[in-house]
Design a protein around this ligand. Structure first.
Ligand SMILES: *Cc1c(COP(=O)(O)O)cnc(C)c1O
Length: 387
């Protein structure tokens, strides 16, 4: 067995002295929560993405819940998402009492298939079963075809939430992912394996002031101090009102300080991911595996680099790589095949492209501080086990 010190993880945060100093500064000199750093972080996220408004939250999972509540998702509503995502993309609908369904993926991009979406919308329209909201996922940091999705959704009056947990730092056309150019709301994640980290954290982005005010409300207990949002008159300067059933999904200033400091380095992180992805592409081309398409590679945030085995058993190769200290992973097990979702009525065969992808998928290590030597070790190990 290899020495655990030598193990190369599949993803890893990069935290340096600036980040540490930013957090220590909050501990020594500022409010730990509800201070000035969260608003600074929100402003910086809006500036970076080009969206008008940001609400920082304590995770993207909370952010997706808030985004659904903000669009009025509730009992009797339908929400659609991609089966190839983390379970949070679907759970947000269930938290609101809505039902969930999926749109199969495109086998090349692994994002929602535009053709499948078009077909499913037409059928749902005839049956009077259109979704209220679609949660699109920019899988691996590669943007979905937002213009096409927005055109279809407009035709059927479906609202759009971008699960942009993989996408921060990536682009679509000349817009940054998270700009909400083609969506009502976009949700970012700052979990340590994502583009930047605040340890735990996320944000809800929008260009719509009404949606912004509502997302803030749902993230903060449904409580407001703004007389304009109150029923009747304010009792005085101390007064607040609860006007919705909200949650405590606030991000702390401690977390925001880390996120704000990390945001300065985001473009550098993405550049490193893009260089490493191109290098994987060049070094792995000869192997019997399907590599991610390099079309639009310079726009992807490269959250993960996933390959599909063509001629090998995935579990054998997975074990052989782990044994060599290569921290491979699998993104994702199709959500509809999770026991909880099978109980809701989904079964094998429902989304064949997603299921076929999952059968052979393998995620290779990719993170900004991955060195060329480490990457060469990953390539060498793949050469050995696929020989
Ligand atoms: C990580 C992730 C989430 C959840 O993010 P958290 O900040 O950990 O709650 C949601 N969706 C996708 C696609 C993710 O990768």
């Amino acid at each position: 067995m290899s020495n655990p010190v030598d193990n190369i993880p599949y993803g890893k945060h990069s935290v340096d002295d600036d980040d540490v100093a930013a957090v220590v500064d909050v501990l020594q000199n500022h409010f730990l929560t509800q201070g000035s750093i969260v608003p600074q972080f929100e402003k910086a996220l809006a500036t970076y993405t080009g969206a008008k408004y940001a609400t920082a939250v304590n995770s993207a999972t909370s952010g997706l819940h808030v985004a659904c509540l903000t669009l009025g998702v509730g009992q009797g509503d339908r929400v659609w998402t991609s089966p190839i995502s983390f379970v949070a993309s679907a759970n947000c609908a269930l938290y609101c009492g809505a039902s969930i369904d999926f749109v199969d993926i495109d086998s090349d991009t692994r994002n929602i298939s535009i053709a499948a979406l078009e077909r499913k919308l037409a059928i749902a329209n005839k049956a009077n079963l259109l979704p209220k909201v679609i949660v699109v996922v920019h899988f691996s940091g590669l943007s979905c075809q937002m213009q096409e999705i927005a055109a279809l959704c407009q035709q059927y009056n479906v609202r759009i939430i971008e699960d942009a947990a993989h996408g921060l730092g990536g682009r679509y056309q000349h817009h940054k992912i998270g700009s909400c150019e083609y969506a009502d709301l976009a949700v970012l994640s700052f979990h340590p394996v994502k583009s930047i980290t605040s340890a735990e954290g996320g944000a809800v982005m929008t260009n719509n002031e009404v949606l912004f005010e509502r997302s803030k409300l749902f993230a903060k207990h449904g409580v407001t101090r703004d007389p304009n949002q109150m029923q009747g008159l304010s009792d005085g300067p101390w007064y607040y009102q609860q006007v919705e059933l909200g949650y405590n999904y606030r991000l702390s200033d401690l977390h925001a300080a880390l996120g704000l400091s990390q945001l300065n380095k985001l473009d550098g992180f993405i550049e490193k991911r893009q260089i490493l992805a191109q290098r994987y592409h060049d070094l792995l081309k000869h192997l019997p595996i399907t590599l991610p398409s390099m079309e639009n590679a310079d726009t992807s945030a490269w959250h993960v680099y996933m390959v599909e085995l063509k001629a090998h058993n995935r579990s054998v190769i997975y074990d052989a790589l782990i044994e060599r200290g290569i921290g491979v992973n699998v993104h994702y097990i199709p959500i509809h095949l999770q026991p909880y979702f099978k109980k809701l009525g989904f079964s094998e065969g429902d989304f064949p492209n997603a299921e076929n992808y999952y059968q052979n998928a393998l995620t290779l290590p990719l993170f900004p501080s991955l060195t060329a030597d480490e990457q060469d070790r990953v390539v060498q190990a793949l050469n050995e086990v696929l020989a």
